[in-house]
Design a protein around this ligand. Structure first.
Ligand code: DON
Length: 306
């Protein structure tokens, strides 16, 4: 398969749609990103990276970071995590609070904000948010074989300053006893992991293990068990785009995760990891152009899992 020429076709398909969707502005630091940006990278088994457009430019990965925190929390705590967070699609917006009251503070899944906050709580030991973030950064740099990966602290600060909704979710869950640490310690780690800044190339490389049953095919390092890898992918398929997950599965047919920075990660089992970035979003917070690009990529590669 000639992935370079496929990527050129994808770029042609995307061109008329460039700049469509709405750039997230509820986190002020994200509002100033150029809506015309578009990049896509595919990391494959032998460590090759096929890229097009702005694939080397770092962007705020936002909720895509929830996939890495989930993987880390499962490595650390094992399946006990599932006692405090579910694995069902919510059918609600990423920052919704409605189900938490009837469901006793147990979020529907680890990819909505409430669920990701519980996952982050698992990563913070004895209130030490800095240590949790340092561990996560180390893991990402290791997976991506790139020590330059970092957090955009301006984005993290901006999100904290406007984080009333996430604080509400966290306090509400704390009232049900579903947080071990202080709300501010958990959120301090949560805001920072959402503000991780990676390029499409770095992101696709960092997530490559998810396409190869939990083992990094380049280094041979086992990162999660095969069963856990499949389960993470299953959660991404059902919940990765919130109330847009059905549409994403219908159109693209791969486990994926969106972020309000305009990034989308998609995992093609046995083939590779794909990261796409274009800042304009649909109503559910998935990149409009990113989804169009992935749809075009699927039409040419046939990588859908269905
Ligand atoms: O907590 C938030 O609202 C953001 N840091 C992340 C939300 C997000 O990326 C939703 N995904 N599309």
């Amino acid at each position: 398969m000639d992935l370079d020429s496929i990527l050129n076709h994808v770029a042609e398909k995307v061109e008329p749609h460039r700049g469509s969707g709405k750039v997230a502005n509820y986190i002020p630091a994200l509002a100033s990103v150029d809506p015309n940006k578009f990049g896509l990278a595919i990391a494959t088994k032998d460590g090759s990276c096929y890229r097009i457009g702005d694939a080397q430019e770092a962007f705020s990965i936002q909720s895509i970071s929830k996939v890495f925190t989930l993987s880390l929390a499962l490595q650390k705590m094992g399946d006990a995590l599932w006692e405090r967070v579910g694995r069902e699609p919510s059918g609600s917006a990423f920052n919704s609070i409605v189900q938490l009251e009837h469901e006793k503070g147990i979020p529907r899944n680890p990819l909505i904000n409430a669920g990701a906050i519980v996952v982050t709580d698992h990563l913070v030991e004895n209130g030490d948010a800095d240590a949790a973030i340092n561990t996560l950064l180390g893991v990402l740099r290791d997976h991506a074989e790139d020590p330059s990966i970092d957090i955009d602290y301006e984005v993290a600060k901006s999100e904290s300053e406007t984080g009333a909704r996430n604080r509400s979710l966290a306090h509400f869950m704390a009232s049900f006893g579903n947080l071990d640490n202080e709300v501010e310690a958990v959120l301090s780690a949560y805001f920072r992991h959402c503000a991780l800044s990676l390029s499409c190339s770095q992101l696709a490389r960092a997530a490559l293990f998810l396409a190869f049953d939990g083992e990094d095919p380049v280094t041979g390092e086992r990162i999660v068990t095969s069963q856990r890898c499949r389960r993470i992918n299953a959660v991404m398929m059902n919940c990765g785009h919130y109330d847009n997950s059905g549409d994403f599965a219908f159109r693209i047919g791969l486990p994926g995760k969106s972020g309000v920075g305009g990034g989308v990660l998609a995992i093609a089992p046995g083939e590779g990891a794909v990261a796409v970035w274009s800042p304009g979003l649909n109503d559910a917070g998935t990149s409009t152009v990113g989804a169009i690009a992935l749809e075009a990529l699927m039409a040419e590669t046939g990588w859908s899992v269905f």
